[in-house]
Each structure stands twice: as structure tokens, then as C-alpha cells.
Write a protein that binds this ligand. Structure first.
Ligand code: ADP
Ligand code: MG
Length: 503
């Protein structure tokens, strides 16, 4: 469906760098159409509030433009913009009652009224709103937030939800063209939040004005919005309808943030064929052969069958009833797949899974490094990628050293046994070599891909057991299918702890 309504807000290359060097908003561009419900969604600290504050006029951009109905509004103070804001903390006046809180802004307001003098000449006078006009406006706003009859109540006697309604009434009583809402339901309990979400949506419809909403809650964004803008680290990740964003996330961040997802590392192995969990699946996206990709599969899109009847077999290792469906985890090789289904498969049951090509979402991966899950052995070597490698375990604790028995001694003098400790392993693309001699390296595999990159080749060596890939750059020429061993220098293996070790 194409939306032809005019743009009310247009943001061009907006940046806000704070004095301490923090870039809260980093060159973002988007527009909001008249009457739209747009939500900024992202984790805490991603720049949502800063963006909203610049639209409201409470903060100034370092760079970029904000257009309102096509006009640059950077010079307009907040009270001259047809915009009102509702904050997470309601900031009501505790000593005023509900009516006075809502009427507060109206009482300060001056409007231009045109008169005619005796000679018929027109002149303009600035006047206060009359008591009657104010009362009518307050009444209308109270009705909108479902608080008729609450005029005389002291705000301190109201529940959180009612106070937030007063705050909303206070913002809409000015009849703004745009209402900004910064996590307005953040302080409410779950039940109240759910109710208020529906009410806000209803209010948006009745008022017919533009809402720009901010939340870190993906479910809230999905239920309320026409359009969602997903942000991370001050940068827009994706703009789209809730369905777009849910079904076609642009990258693994969006996929992960927007819902529960399985995210696998995969490789394109042919025309619309992707390999992950040791299996080749048909898919619908076109990617270059041998490209490294992230594969996203929603738990509800995995179909379970009896063993041997699907695309790949595995075993159920956990199952939890979630009210409507069961959430089960299936283990295939070393991978775990989360599955939602209304029919339970019991823990220990051998099953098979099917994923339709349409339900396999493939996203480009910025491949700059090999990453593995590993663990430290008794010998202080590290196992990963179906192999065992010498490594420097002292990097796990800066300043530590190994004693003669092989225990790690920290700078505080603590003695740590690293045996079986889980670690993240990273190896750069330039830090891997291969050898014809199968005993030379720590893992063995076949060359499955060789791509010429202008001045060097990028190779992938894949192991047999768990199909672990070693991706690296080399100037040497090899042949596909050569059987080789993978050599990595001790100091090129970067290790970090999966979790802090309890002592
Ligand atoms: P969000 O609303 O998405 O949680 P904010 O827009 O509040 O994020 O903040 C974005 C980033 O900017 C954060 O890293 C925050 O610490 C920083 N920040 C916000 N306001 C200021 C300020 N006045 N001075 C310096 N840094 C700030
Ligand atoms: Mg915020």
C-alpha cells in the first residue's frame, strides 16, 4: 500500500554530539507523514530521547535539519512549535488539582483576536482565553483520556495510570499537530501498560494528529505503530511497518531485538541454497556463492516431524509450556534451535525439523573475523573449530602468569584452574595459515571455497565433524577440496571469558 499523505516532519542528516564527545544521534534521516503513528524503538542509550528533544526544540542539533511542513524550524523555540511532549515521568504539579493541571498552559496562552473600530478599521489584540473557552477545552481533553468527573481531584490521589492520563490530557489540550511521547508507559505495571497501549492507539485515531512515540519495548512498538524506526548506537537500523520489521529484519540486530529468533551463521553454497546447522536449505534470497551470512528463523516457523521425516534430525533437550504454545529447544550437532508449537515433543524425543524457504531470512554479514565457542583444556590449550590449539591463557586475566603446575595466578595472587572454562575465541582473517601436513595444525578440513579478491584469495577451510569454517586471506594458490590442516600462531588466538569465574 502506498502512502501518499504529505510529510509533516522531515529529518535530514541529523546529528547530536555532546560536549563530552558522545555522539547520541549519528546522521539520521527519516520523515513522518501527517496523522501517522511512528515509533522509535531501540535499547536504552541508543539516542531516542535525544532525537525527540531535538524535534521538540529542547535540544539543538550539532548538524542536520528538521523540517516541519517543509520549513526549517531550528530557530523556533519549543513553545512556538505546534508540538507537545508527554514524558515518562509525568511532571504534574502536585499542589494543583486535575483541572488546574490541564488548564495551566491555556491560562498562560494569548491569542490574537481581530476587532473593528467605529470607522470600520480592523485591529488585532492579544487576549487571554476566556474562562468558558478554557473550561470547554479541558472538558474535551478529559473526555479524551476517559477522566470525566475528575476535575476537582488532587493529582496526588490518582493512580500511576490516571496521572499519566492527566499528563496526556495536558499535552493534547493545546491541540498540537504533533504529540511526542517518550516512554510514557514506562512507569506503569504490565496490566496497566497493556490497557493504556490500546487506549493511546484509540486516542490517536480519535484525535487524528501525528504521534511520535519512543519505547524500548518491541511488543509495544509492534502493537501500536504504523511505522517503526529501529535505532542502535544513534544510527537507524531499519524503518518499516511492524510486519516488515518482524518478517524481514534488515540485520541480525533488528531480528534479535524485535522478537525471539534463531540466528545461525551460514554460508551460501549455491543458487538460492544456504547451509547452516550442517544442512543445506533452499532459500529465496539471492546471494553470492560462498558468502558468509546470518540466517534468521522464527521459532514459530520451525515445523517438527518424526525422526527421519524432515530436513535434519535432532533431539529435544528442553520444553516449557508458555500458555498458548510449548517452547522447545532442539539440539542438532552443536547448534540449538528454539521452536514454538502447540503440540509438545517431550525432552529426549528424537525429532526432525522442516523450515520452508520463505521462512529463512538471510542477511549479509560483515565478516571481519572468525568467531568460535571454545574451552580451555587441562594442558592450557584451547579447543574450538573441531581442533585444539596452543594459546596464551594469561590474556584472560591481565597481568596474570602461570605457575609451574600450570595454574593461573592473577595480579591479586588468586590461583585459578582454567580446565573446562568456556571462552569466546576470535581469529583474524590474516592470522590463519594452512599446511599440506595434517599434523602441522590444530584442526583438519577441506578447502571448500577460494575467492579471488583482487590481490589475494579468500579461502574457507571446513572441518568434517561440525562443519566449522576457518576463513582467511592468503596470497598463495591452493585447490578446492585440498585436505589441509589449520595453523594459527599462539599469539593470534584472542580469548575472552564467557562468564566470570567464581573463585
Ligand atoms: P535513549 O533515550 O535511547 O535511552 P538518549 O537519547 O537518552 O538515549 O541518550 C543517547 C546517548 O547520549 C547516551 O549514551 C547518553 O548517555 C548520551 N547523552 C544523553 N544526554 C546527554 C547529555 N546531556 N550529555 C552527554 N551525553 C548525553
Ligand atoms: Mg530515553
Amino acid at each position: 500500500m502506498e502512502n501518499k499523505r504529505e510529510k509533516i516532519i522531515e529529518i535530514k542528516n541529523l546529528t547530536r554530539e555532546f560536549e563530552d564527545g558522545v555522539v547520541a544521534v549519528d546522521d539520521i534521516s527519516f520523515y513522518v507523514r501527517k496523522g501517522e503513528f511512528v515509533t522509535f524503538l531501540g535499547p536504552s542509550g541508543c539516542g531516542k530521547t535525544t532525537t525527540l528533544r531535538m524535534i521538540a526544540g529542547f535540544d539543538k542539533p550539532s548538524k542536520g535539519q528538521i523540517l516541519l511542513n517543509g520549513q526549517d524550524i531550528s530557530a523556533l523555540p519549543p513553545n512556538k512549535r505546534p508540538i507537545n511532549t508527554v514524558f515518562q515521568r509525568y511532571a504534574l504539579f502536585p499542589h494543583l488539582n486535575v483541572y488546574e493541571n490541564i488548564a495551566f498552559g491555556l491560562k498562560l496562552k494569548r491569542v490574537k483576536v481581530t476587532y473593528e473600530d467605529a470607522s470600520g478599521k480592523q485591529f488585532v489584540k492579544k487576549e487571554k482565553l476566556s474562562k468558558k473557552v478554557i473550561a470547554a477545552k479541558v472538558e474535551k481533553a478529559l473526555k479524551m483520556v476517559d477522566l470525566e468527573g475528575f476535575e476537582k481531584r488532587s493529582v496526588s490521589t490518582l493512580s500511576g495510570g490516571q496521572q499519566q492520563r492527566v499528563a496526556i490530557a495536558r499535552a493534547i489540550v493545546n491541540e498540537p499537530e504533533i504529540l511526542l511521547l517518550d516512554e510514557p508507559l514506562g512507569a506503569l505495571d504490565l496490566k496497566m501498560r497493556k490497557d493504556m497501549q490500546l487506549e493511546l492507539k484509540e486516542m490517536h485515531k480519535k484525535l487524528g494528529i501525528t504521534f511520535i512515540y519512543v519505547t524500548h519495548d518491541q511488543e509495544e512498538a509492534l502493537t501500536m505503530s504504523d511505522t517503526i524506526v529501529v535505532m542502535k548506537d544513534g544510527v537507524i537500523q531499519q524503518i518499516g511497518t511492524p510486519t516488515d520489521i518482524y518478517n524481514e529484519p534488515k540485520n541480525s540486530f533488528v531480528a534479535d531485538f524485535i522478537g525471539e529468533s534463531n540466528i545461525f551463521s551460514g554460508t551460501i553454497v549455491g543458487n538460492r541454497k544456504v547451509r547452516f546447522i550442517n544442512t543445506t536449505f533452499d532459500c529465496v534470497d539471492d546471494f553470492e556463492k560462498n558468502e558468509k551470512v546470518d540466517v534468521v528463523v522464527r521459532p514459530e516457523d520451525v515445523v517438527l516431524k518424526d525422526e527421519g521425516e524432515g530436513q535434519v534430525d535432532g533431539k529435544i533437550i528442553s520444553s516449557i509450556f508458555k500458555g498458548v504454545h510449548y517452547e522447545m529447544v532442539m539440539k542438532v550437532g552443536k547448534s540449538e534451535i528454539v521452536i514454538q508449537d502447540t503440540i509438545e515433543r517431550k525432552v529426549g524425543e528424537k525429532v526432525s525439523l522442516v523450515i520452508q524457504p520463505n521462512d529463512i531470512h538471510i542477511m549479509e554479514k560483515e565478516f571481519t573475523e572468525n568467531k568460535y565457542d571454545g574451552y580451555i583444556t587441562k594442558r592450557n590449550t584451547v579447543c574450538f573449530g573441531d581442533g585444539e590449539f596452543d594459546c596464551d591463557v594469561t590474556q584472560l586475566y591481565p597481568g596474570s602468569f602461570l605457575d609451574e603446575e600450570g595454574y593461573l595466578i592473577t595480579t591479586e595472587g588468586d590461583k585459578i584452574d582454567l580446565t573446562d572454562v568456556d571462552v569466546n575465541v576470535e581469529v583474524g582473517l590474516k592470522d590463519i595459515e594452512i599446511s599440506d601436513d595434517e599434523n602441522a595444525g590444530g584442526a583438519i578440513g577441506n578447502i571448500v571455497s577460494m575467492i579471488y579478491k583482487g590481490d589475494h584469495y579468500q579461502l574457507i577451510v571446513r572441518t568434517d565433524e561440525n562443519e566449522e569454517d576457518f576463513v582467511f586471506d592468503t596470497e598463495d594458490t591452493w585447490n578446492e577440496n585440498d585436505r589441509v590442516s589449520v595453523v594459527i600462531a599462539k599469539d593470534k588466538i584472542k580469548l575472552s571469558l564467557k562468564q566470570e569465574i567464581k573463585r
